[in-house]
Design a protein around this ligand. Structure first.
Ligand code: HEM
Length: 385
């Protein structure tokens, strides 16, 4: 639980001059070990940085995300970022998302629940939350079902690169080759209404998008859409199951489902920190930061800042949570946030519809949310009638 220490540091200063991962006794991100690190902890400071893209650049992601995803939009600044994001955003239009919510998402979620509904007990991460976000991305890309397990494994492999370089690089190469072949095929044989064909054949200023940008976007989607969502939803479930009074309220009044999800994401933010570097020397929270320094912008700390949220350490679905930092702010704010919300609302409602008296299994320790690069619980053992 890093929150008490984050609070102690935030009370000293909204900006911490040092590498928080090392501060917490972790190895840190090996690909960034050579940089000077500064952590932005206050809600106001986090927002100030993310809303000033001219002053704070995303290019520092080249040291980590650039290694695992290549030239994805997250490592770009303007004008490239605006140009490509605008295009990718078209794939996430509200109408498109609403149509996924009608059939595809409920079908995938219900198929997974079929697997354990009759058993009266389950471990919800390995049997449920770990799968549907990846299944969805896989279907969205229109990839063959028989490739799903390998695809899921490679997605994990590519983000493990910072602590398992050999296997990580192998996963990156395999994924690149796999997706390059698919993108080329969709260019030659575009499919009607197909997400991947739309992006593979899209044009900017009369020219098709470069291969590296398209392929990096799809590689990023696998983790950006999969790992974040499964950790986020697992944390929301943990919050509800460990606060039975509030869980009962949600069961009794389903209009509370979206509020519970937002508060769960605030309380335990799946992506604790994101990266920036200043383009010129800046003073922030009393710390001088130079171009090239790695700023870890701590969304998890912003979400527990008492200057922004009353009693921030309490999980409380009755609070106004909307402005939480879990999806970031500014031009790089999560492109998949509406999809993520839709998946989570569907998943929570389906669990409540189909698993009466859903509760923690007393034979196992209660789930605990942990982690530094991505945060979530490791297991959620439940029972139901
Ligand atoms: C960006 C969090 C789900 C795709 C981001 C950022 C955050 C975030 C914090 C901002 C990064 C930055 O500013 O540096 C989350 C969380 C999710 C989630 C907490 C689930 C609970 C998704 C889903 C997708 C997705 C479902 C797509 C299927 C992306 C992409 C970006 C992004 C492509 C890069 C946007 C850009 O740089 O312009 N996400 N995300 N995310 N997210 Fe998500």
């Amino acid at each position: 639980d890093f929150y008490p220490e984050l609070k102690r540091l935030r009370d000293l200063s909204p900006v911490f001059d040092g590498d928080l991962r090392r501060h917490f006794g972790l190895h840190g991100d090996l690909t960034m070990a050579h940089l000077r690190h500064v952590a932005v902890l206050g809600y106001k400071e986090v927002k100030d940085v993310l809303l000033a893209p001219k002053l704070y650049s995303n290019t520092v992601y080249g040291h980590n995300m650039g290694v695992f995803f290549g030239d994805s939009i997250t490592i770009m600044d303007n004008p490239d970022h605006a140009r490509y994001r605008q295009l990718f955003q078209k794939a996430f239009m509200p109408k498109m998302i609403a149509s996924w919510g009608e059939h595809l998402i409920p079908r995938m979620i219900n198929d997974l629940i079929d697997g354990f509904e009759g058993r009266g007990r389950a471990e919800l991460i390995s049997e449920f939350t770990l799968h549907f976000p990846f299944h969805f991305i896989h279907e969205l890309m229109g990839l063959p079902i028989e490739d799903r397990a390998v695809f899921h494994k490679l997605a994990f492999g590519q983000i493990a690169i910072t602590f398992d370089t050999e296997h990580g690089m192998d996963a990156v190469t395999k994924l690149k080759d796999y997706l390059t072949a698919v993108v080329h095929d969709r260019r030659d044989n575009p499919r009607e209404g197909d997400f991947m064909s739309t992006i593979a054949t899209a044009e900017v200023d009369g020219e098709r998008l470069p291969d590296n940008v398209v392929i990096s976007f799809f590689r990023q989607l696998m983790n950006a859409g999969g790992d974040t969502s499964f950790n986020g939803f697992s944390s929301v479930l943990t919050a509800l199951l460990t606060h039975p009074d509030q869980f009962e309220q949600v069961k009794a009044d389903r209009t509370l489902v979206p509020k519970a999800i937002e508060e769960g994401l605030r309380w335990n933010c799946p992506v604790p920190g994101i990266s920036r570097t200043p383009v010129e020397t800046v003073e922030l929270g009393g710390v001088t930061i130079n171009p090239g320094d790695h700023m870890m912008v701590f969304l998890a700390s912003a979400n527990r800042d008492e200057k922004a949220f009353e009693r921030p350490d309490a999980f409380d679905i009755s609070r106004a949570t909307r402005n939480h930092a879990a999806f970031g702010y500014g031009p790089h704010m999560c492109i998949g946030q509406h999809l993520a919300r839709l998946e989570m609302v569907n998943a929570l409602n389906a669990l409540l519809d189909r698993l009466p008296r859903l509760r923690l299994d007393g034979d196992f320790p209660p789930p605990e949310v942990c982690g530094m690069a991505l945060r979530g619980p490791k297991a959620i053992h439940v029972r139901f009638d």
